[in-house]
Design a protein around this ligand. Sequence first.
Ligand SMILES: Cc1cc2nc3c(=O)[nH]c(=O)nc-3n(C[C@H](O)[C@H](O)[C@H](O)COP(=O)(O)OP(=O)(O)OC[C@H]3O[C@@H](n4cnc5c(N)ncnc54)[C@H](O)[C@@H]3O)c2cc1C
Length: 343
Amino acid sequence: MIETDVLVIGAGPIGLFAVHQLGIIGLKSEVVDNLDKIGGQCIELYPDKPIYDIPAIPECTGEELTKNLLKQIAPFKTNFHLNDRVEEIKKDGSKWKITTNKKKLFIATNIIIAGGVGSFEPRKLLTKDAEKFEGKSIFYSVKDKNLFKNKKICIFGGGDSALDWAIELSNFSEVAIVHRRLEFRGAPLSIQTVKNLEKKGKVKIFAPYQLKSIEEDENKTLKSINLIDDDGKMKKLETDYVLGFFGLIMQLGPIVNWGLNLYKKTIQVNTENFQTNQEGIFAIGDICTYPGKLKLILSGFHEAALAARACYKLARPNEKYRFEFTTTSKNIKGRLGIDPNKK
Ligand SMILES: Cc1cc2nc3c(=O)[nH]c(=O)nc-3n(C[C@H](O)[C@H](O)[C@H](O)COP(=O)(O)OP(=O)(O)OC[C@H]3O[C@@H](n4cnc5c(N)ncnc54)[C@H](O)[C@@H]3O)c2cc1C
């Protein structure tokens, strides 16, 4: 069980800045994110694209913004619980009890939901039985490539992830790529590399083909898959593992069950402190809504600043919150690991 002042749900830009705002006023926080990396939409959807409307930063990419936000919160040594999703929250006296997918338990006075458009989840194979093999022979991400060494791998998808993993795994395994269209969508260099590997016999390409059915052996282990093309022609492929890279979908997921006032897949908050209809639960960033809400990073930063101050009042009920500037506060400088006497 992990006790903290604030549990932050979501490691997107707004969750990260919330950690900063909590840290400078002396509150501890822990962060949970469903993804395997920090940065939310900035990292998952547009790491290389330039952003032009972060105040005082004329231009930075999604990745650069994430790196700088992480640098800014480094002094607080925050724990990130990645690849885990907050499933359930329950009132526990004056605190909140939070349980994740991986059965981690947090006790926190406050929860800040910075869940963006919900948790990102992989699009999955729809074929009957695919779910049965998930996590055993069918995967939608690669956590440890050693699992796929010297095996027969079938990779589904036509984008960068599918092509990159086909290139990587072809170094030590038999790789087939299956794509439902003739044309691939990935980077031109990756497409060319895969075509060259096909010529050398290191990769097989089946396009346009789709998965029709899965066959198992007597031990109920995946043995082969049947593919079908647009004309109904079938092809059987013996395979040990199937990897699917069909992109991500965003789902509000368990958030809908937390007793919060929702409006069109967003959480209603008041603009005084971004608290929801539940005391001690705040929502900031893309996930919150109020009259005039703009789904911009800079708006989320403001929301984080106000929510953090409201968290302080609940986490330190016997202490008075004193507004301080970072430029002049010795307390804040101390928390940031800066010499408090530095001018
Ligand atoms: C292509 C594109 C370009 C953009 N360009 C700009 C721009 O130029 N300027 C600008 O200001 N904005 C831009 N935006 C919007 C900006 O990216 C969003 O406003 C911002 O990412 C919102 O941040 P967030 O932290 O609220 O949410 P997100 O970045 O969506 O992060 C939320 C995180 O919460 C996690 N999560 C959700 N639910 C759970 C749960 N139950 N348990 C655990 N984790 C959970 C998700 O996995 C995700 O990582 C752009 C967006 C896109 C898609």
